[in-house]
Design a protein around this ligand. Structure first.
Ligand code: SAH
Length: 459
């Protein structure tokens, strides 16, 4: 390790910045954020530095640096464009034993400033030891995207509870185990979903050796198939669940991302073959949650778009089971994008409808006259077996037989197939292409843009 990472307490301590430009401003801003007492020395100050000094009541010395300025300082930054001044600052500070940083001149520094992910009270500092500040910044971006958005709230809650837990569990080793268990439990997730009061109660219950017996259900949209289309939240919950109930539409590569030791239960439904009735799924969710498990209900696409998500949470809400719903990319959006079709377009389509193509006895209960008009896009789910009727009804209600239509099979997956034709010819084309469900059907002028844009997403 080339340098020792430390977090310095500068609350109310005199911190001096020499230089009044934008670079100096960024350092000064950091010092103010961390509670330092700022003093700026420079003949001229840029506008942002002026206002920062005003807001933080910093002392300004408008003039050239002289060594006596550093008397009593705890930390010094030099950010002038004069090598001579920067060197003088560095030498003086080092002589007086004050930590000094000269921007972009590591040889003049006694410390360097890391790239910072600030989710106070959680702060992550990253350094490449000056080897590549850009690499450090890209690692910062990576860490930032991995940290749950409300990790700051979790840290703040744990801080608030430290004292009371310490009283209840005096032994250090027992307390360490206690906190480890808290972090492995569903408590962080409660905080991330805004249920802080509940999380606090759970911690108290656990500390009193009265663990709550009730688990939680996560109703999560897994997107249309490509695992890279999972949301960060979906992925986080997938890593936590003890039991997973998943659908036929959840792809293999997505299942591979589940916690390896999680119990996985297939509850998929093919169109005509209701493998597990909805009521059994509902009661399974209840049963597992009541056993104190974290139950993941993983669904293709978005749980609230033809996903019966509403019914499942109704059962949970009625039983008082805590749950979360995480949206996913729905098939219409994923399939259209990966097939190179924009769902709306300023010139051709000002709206898009998500429709069920599922045929009940007596035909699809849809308002065909409304659907047959131009300037809109129709996205049919579950429509392959009803395709002939869809085409007939649309043309009967006035839609042109030349209207472009696309059928996307297993969109966004490696098995994606796209079949493009017109309402007149599509039924023949799908025989040729041997199209099988699941398919998403898109009807509208936007389909023709596919060739013009000549852009296809990577499956
Ligand atoms: N909740 C899901 C839809 C469930 S209904 C979502 O938001 O996407 C099931 C139908 O979704 C399928 O019959 C099919 O029409 C469509 N579908 C889902 N995933 C698909 C995919 N990868 N490719 C094509 N169609 C898909």
């Amino acid at each position: 390790m080339e340098r020792l990472p430390l977090f310095l307490d500068i609350e109310s301590k005199l911190c001096i910045v020499i230089g009044g430009g934008e670079v100096a401003f960024r350092k000064a801003n950091l010092l103010v954020q961390a509670g330092g007492r700022l003093q700026v020395i420079a003949p001229d100050l840029c506008a942002s530095m002026e206002s920062l000094c005003g807001e933080s009541q910093a002392k300004i010395i408008r003039g050239e640096f002289v060594p006596s300025h550093l008397q009593g300082a705890n930390l010094v930054f030099a950010a002038t464009n004069s090598l001579e001044v920067n060197t003088a600052v560095s030498e003086t500070a080092k002589r007086l034993g004050i930590p000094v940083n000269v921007v972009d001149q590591p040889e003049l520094c006694s410390f360097i400033v890391p790239a910072i992910v600030d989710r106070s009270p959680i702060v992550v500092a990253i350094s490449s030891g000056g080897a590549s500040p850009i690499l450090a910044r890209s690692i910062k971006g990576l860490i930032d995207s991995l940290l749950p958005a409300r990790i700051d709230r979790l840290a703040a809650l744990l801080r608030r509870m430290r004292g009371s837990v310490k009283k209840l569990i005096p032994s250090i080793s027992e307390r360490t185990r206690f906190w480890e268990k808290v972090l492995e439990s569903d408590i962080p997730e409660l905080v991330y979903s805004g249920k802080e009061e509940q999380a606090k109660e759970r911690i108290e219950q656990r500390a009193l050796r009265a663990p709550s017996a009730v688990g939680e259900v996560y109703l999560v949209g897994a997107g249309p198939g490509d695992p890279e289309l999972l949301t960060l939240k979906a992925l986080r919950l997938m890593h936590q669940a003890d039991v997973v109930l998943y659908d036929r539409l959840v792809s293999e590569p997505i299942l591979a991302k589940l916690r390896p030791d999680a119990e996985k239960i297939f509850v998929g439904k093919a169109r005509a073959d209701h493998a597990v009735p909805q009521e059994s799924i509902n009661s399974m969710l209840l049963r597992f949650a009541k056993q104190g498990k974290r139950v993941l209900r993983l669904k293709g696409g978005d749980p609230f778009i033809f996903g019966r998500g509403g019914e499942e949470i109704e059962t949970l809400a009625a039983a008082g089971i805590s749950f979360q719903v995480v949206p996913g990319i729905t098939a219409a959006s994923g399939c259209a994008t990966y097939a190179g079709i924009p769902l709306t377009h300023r010139d051709y389509s000002q709206s898009v409808r998500f429709l069920t193509g599922h045929i009940r006895e007596g035909g699809v209960p849809l308002n065909w006259a409304l659907l047959a008009s131009e300037q809109q896009t129709l996205a049919f789910y579950m429509g392959l077996s009803g395709l002939e009727i869809i085409c007939k009804q649309l043309t009967r209600h006035g839609m042109s037989e030349d209207m472009p239509i696309a059928i996307i099979e297993q969109g966004t997956t490696r098995h994606q197939k796209v079949c493009v034709s017109t309402l007149r010819d599509i039924n023949e084309r799908i025989q040729e292409f041997d199209i099988q469900p699941p398919t998403l059907i898109i009807v509208g002028r936007v389909v023709a843009l596919r060739d013009r844009l000549n852009w296809y997403g990577e499956a």
